[in-house]
Ligand binder design. Structure first.
Ligand SMILES: [Ca+2]
Ligand SMILES: [Ca+2]
Length: 178
């Protein structure tokens, strides 16, 4: 899918799809665009795959690796908002991101990275390391909690849906820039 940032904003309002042609005609010449494989969603230079098979955290990371990706690393407010908005139109209310405190309790890190995350969006009272055993983070849209996609730690062997992220190809008026 060849698209760009404004496309995504429009996309959310239109429940996806209807504005893609508008984007290609109007905005791709003025805003940098991201090229993604089919079924992947572009946003700000990355491509996202919202999986439909429930997996454990490790299985989900492996699933993403098989697609040349990793479980999503949320680098800031805008990326977080993009994902939350997208999930409102998806079936499923618990989705993995690549964040874990499996190595050292209470020290959350993006899987495979050394640095601690600069941005987080935990739900009220989370992470709570429930039953002393919750070491993997998810977007939680369960209505009875009312967290509206905020982050929660859960048992890593829970079966949740994966969100994969990989680098996209960016374009400007002259073609590929990265
Ligand atoms: Ca924990
Ligand atoms: Ca929790």
């Amino acid at each position: 899918m060849h698209s760009c940032g404004l496309y995504n904003a429009l996309n959310m309002d239109a429940k996806r799809g209807a504005f893609s042609l508008v984007c290609i005609l109007v905005t791709c010449s003025v805003i940098d665009c991201t090229d993604c494989p089919d079924t992947w969603v572009p946003f700000e230079g990355s491509c996202y795959l919202f999986g439909h098979q429930k997996l454990t955290f490790v299985e989900a990371e492996h699933y993403c690796n098989q697609h040349s990706a990793h479980l999503v690393h949320v680098e800031g407010q805008e990326e977080n908002a993009f994902i939350k908005d997208y999930l409102r139109f998806e079936k499923g209310d618990m989705w993995w991101m690549g964040l874990t405190d499996d190595e050292v309790e209470g020290i959350w890190k993006w899987y495979g990275e050394v640095e601690k995350p600069e941005f987080t969006n935990w739900a009220p009272g989370q992470p709570d390391n429930g039953a002393s055993h919750e070491d993997c983070a998810e977007f939680d849209l369960r209505t009875h909690y009312g967290w509206d996609g905020k982050w929660n730690d859960v048992y890593c062997h829970a079966l949740l849906l994966p969100i994969c992220e990989r680098t996209g190809l960016s374009f400007d008026n002259n073609g590929i820039i990265g």
